[in-house]
Design a protein around this ligand. Structure first.
Ligand SMILES: *Cc1c(COP(=O)(O)O)cnc(C)c1O
Length: 318
């Protein structure tokens, strides 16, 4: 509804909605936009105002890998995945089965796909569309003028960034669809186990995102107040104090990062405290593991690490 409203507002001011950027799997909390719903809205708007098709880019950099399950037989379950893992994957399929509706997609194999950091795949449905971002050599004099090799300046989206597809191709051949399904299902299995053990070990912790390959969580100096935070039944000062508490923990954990590295972010989501006119960001810790060797059996050592570095000083002092 909000997207429709915003596009109508643009049109009524004489503007033209050019494109919509949907994110399917945000980096920190794995939030997933409703691509089919977005497509429906853009088509309604096109019809109502007689506009050419509105371009849709789906940023599937992180989440797109889960389209490996679009063809999975969920009832036969040939990989014998556990029910709770299967449930999450089925929820994803509801979204990722619509990826074909996007005009372009991106897959960061370097995130969940076991390849080196430089390997991303950009897919465009109609290659003519790519000409819209093509650069004239005159616009890139630093590489375009007096280039001695055959160097097309618009070779990749980022101009001088190499198009490194070989590791992606090699990995696709090595793992196959089934191999990727095993790897991707394991991230979910590991995160489900981590969440469970975290909440058992820390009565003062809350998990702040849906089940996904990433777990974001937050510690409280006393009782868990997450529900009050997201429902606005808390003051701004209280939220900011809990943020500070988490910042201190993140700093402590960071000192031991050569042993185990937990990420953190100062803006996982916004909350709307009762006495605040502006939204306040939540500061959270982040568990993100992409090694196939990180299995459910290894979770206890991460919990022990948190126990060793979070509880004694911070929680007692808090
Ligand atoms: C990581 C990420 C990006 C950035 O991709 P890079 O290949 O690291 O430049 C874009 N969008 C999302 C959702 C991501 O998770």
């Amino acid at each position: 509804a909000d997207l429709r409203e915003k596009m109508q507002a643009v049109i009524e001011k004489g503007g033209h909605p050019i494109y919509v950027l949907a994110t399917l799997g945000t980096t920190d909390s794995f939030g997933i936009d409703d691509l089919a719903g977005i497509k429906k809205v853009t088509e309604e708007i096109e019809d109502a105002y007689g506009l050419p098709p509105v371009y849709i880019h789906a940023d599937t950099a992180m989440g797109g890998m889960y389209s490996f399950f679009n063809e999975y037989d969920f009832s036969g379950n040939p990989l014998h995945l556990e029910d709770h893992v299967l449930e999450t994957l089925a929820r994803y399929k509801k979204h990722f089965q619509h990826l074909h509706l996007a005009d372009s997609l991106v897959f960061d194999f370097h995130k969940l796909g076991q390849t080196p950091y430089i390997t991303s795949l950009f897919l465009v449905k109609n290659r003519e569309a790519l000409k819209a971002v093509d650069l004239d050599p005159d616009e890139t004099p630093y590489v375009g003028n007096r280039g001695f090799g055959s160097y097309h300046t618009s070779y990749t989206l980022e101009c001088s960034r190499m198009g490194s597809s070989i590791p992606i191709y090699a990995s696709l051949l090595a793992f196959g669809i089934e191999g990727y399904q095993e790897i991707l299902a394991n991230y979910i299995r590991v995160n489900l186990a981590f969440r469970k053990k975290l909440l058992q070990a820390f009565p003062n912790a809350a998990v702040t995102n849906d089940v996904s390959p990433v777990t974001t969580f937050r510690f409280y100096p006393g009782n868990v107040r997450y529900h009050e935070e997201i429902s606005g039944a808390i003051t701004e000062e209280e939220v900011r104090n809990i943020n500070k508490f988490n910042e201190k923990i993140a700093e402590t954990l960071g000192r031991y990062r050569t042993h185990t590295y937990f990420g953190s972010t100062k803006k996982q989501t916004y909350v709307y405290p009762a006495d605040s006119r502006l939204p306040v960001p939540l500061y959270v810790q982040k568990f993100y593991s992409v090694s196939p060797y990180t299995t459910v059996e290894t979770i206890d050592q991460f919990i022990a690490f948190l126990k060793a570095h979070v509880e004694p000083s911070d929680v007692a002092a808090g």
